[in-house]
Design a binder for this molecule. Structure first.
Ligand code: MG
Length: 226
């Protein structure tokens, strides 16, 4: 059953593949993310995120000798130190908290990942004090985690849970368009923030899209085994 193979233990290499995939997607979407930020922020989100994730990949060139949690913490620290504005502490802090939650264990599963991502969300909400509807990262992150958990409880594997999470994150991302921002720099615009998609929610959708692609790639490799 694909479901069983899809539940194969995940390791530090998986986490690094996820971060590399995310870095690649951010690179591809860099100008788009910056355009979104130009509409309601200070036009640097794509540039900053690309710089941060490029730096993170060179800071963690391989996963050998690291636990999955250690990889996430190292990436998170690099993002905090290199990404300007609010995005660095929010995305970097979220990844670092997720890594701390995974701890020093060499392997983890989809349930551990759910718990880790919840810790990441708590960090983001602890720092930004944003709720769903404020036109932030949280508008994509919260429904993504809910969809991820729902799929796991229904018996889905990591790849299908990540797919549901990505869909929900994209829906949440689009839901920010008609909203008036209540947190972050965009909130200074008041009603003029309406009609624009939130850049942070867009990057959050990429985080889950990268997870889906990495999980599917891992599943394909697992299924090739005799
Ligand atoms: Mg900005």
């Amino acid at each position: 059953m694909a479901g069983r193979d899809g539940d194969a233990p995940l390791d530090a290499a998986f986490v690094l593949e996820w971060i590399r995939e995310l870095a690649g997607q951010i690179r591809e979407q860099r100008d788009y993310l910056t355009q979104l930020d130009a509409a309601i922020g200070d036009a640097d989100h794509g540039i900053n995120m690309d710089r941060g994730f490029t730096e993170a990949i060179s800071a963690v060139p391989h996963a050998e000798g690291r636990s999955p949690g250690d990889v996430l913490q190292a990436v998170g620290r690099t993002i905090i130190n290199t990404v300007g504005g609010a995005a660095g502490p929010l995305f970097g802090g979220g990844l670092r908290s997720a890594g701390k939650r995974l701890g020093e264990q060499a392997y983890f599963d989809a349930e551990d990942l759910l718990a880790a991502m919840r810790a990441g969300l708590e960090s983001i909400q602890g720092l930004g004090a944003a709720a769903v509807g404020d036109k932030t990262i949280v508008d994509a992150y919260v429904p993504a985690l809910e969809a991820f958990e729902r799929e796991l409880r229904a018996g889905g594997d990591l790849a299908s849970a990540a797919a549901r999470a990505r869909e929900a994150a994209e829906e949440g991302m689009r839901s920010t368009i008609p909203l008036q921002a209540r947190k972050g720099r965009a909130s200074y615009l008041g009603p003029r923030s309406v009609g624009h998609q939130d850049p942070g929610a867009t990057s959050t959708a990429l985080l889950f899209a990268a997870l889906e692609r990495t999980a599917r790639a891992r599943l394909a490799v697992t299924e090739e085994r005799p």
